[in-house]
Design a protein around this ligand. Structure first.
Ligand code: AMW
Length: 163
């Protein structure tokens, strides 16, 4: 039988983090717990659009163990409060695209947290269309990504809320 606890411990001990196929630099990670981490987005749909992931690089929501699920949602709640405050928003969109047909492109469970403001989209639910579109392969050119410096600077600002 697979030793999930051993596997979780191994992942949480790792110095670098994986986000699906991506290796994530610690400079863009602003919160790390025993089982989860939060990073800034290279192509945010709105300012402050961040991602919260389990450390274990599992693909689907159903693959989360109960303690990973609890940690992921507790971490997402803390992160949501911080980005709402930091980006002077008044609401939040909190989304998981679970599987390819739901728009998931990175095969690693992640919670999208988006600070929302009055009038940020001409039609409120357009946010979902933007989420679906923003990282499609045809649009995924590195020229559209934020620079590492910009991402690291935002992560440093957000990290201060958790010290
Ligand atoms: W999915 O469409 O899989 O629900 O969302 C993937 C998200 O991850 C997108 O918001 C995309 O911009 C973001 N993203 C992809 N690769 C990276 C990366 N290397 N660093 C930061 N954000 C990333």
């Amino acid at each position: 039988m697979q030793d999930i606890n051993h596997e979780k411990k191994t992942w949480s001990d790792m110095a670098t983090l994986r986000f699906g196929q991506h290796i994530i630099k610690s400079s863009v990670v602003f919160l790390r717990t025993e089982l989860s981490f939060a990073l800034v987005n290279r192509k945010p749909v709105v300012p402050g659009h961040v991602l919260v992931c389990p450390i274990r690089p599992i693909e689907r929501f159903r693959d989360l163990q109960p303690d990973e699920l609890i940690d992921l949602f507790q971490t997402s709640q803390k992160v949501a409060n911080v980005v709402e405050q930091h980006f002077k928003a008044t609401s939040l969109t909190i989304v998981i695209q679970d599987g390819r047909e739901a728009g998931q492109t990175v095969k690693h469970v992640h919670v999208h947290v988006l600070p929302r403001k009055k009038g940020d989209f001409s039609r409120n639910d357009n946010v979902y269309e933007e989420l679906q579109k923003h990282d499609q392969e045809t649009l995924e050119e590195s020229s559209h990504w934020r620079t590492e410096e910009e991402m690291a600077s935002e992560a440093a600002d957000l990290r201060k809320y958790f010290n």
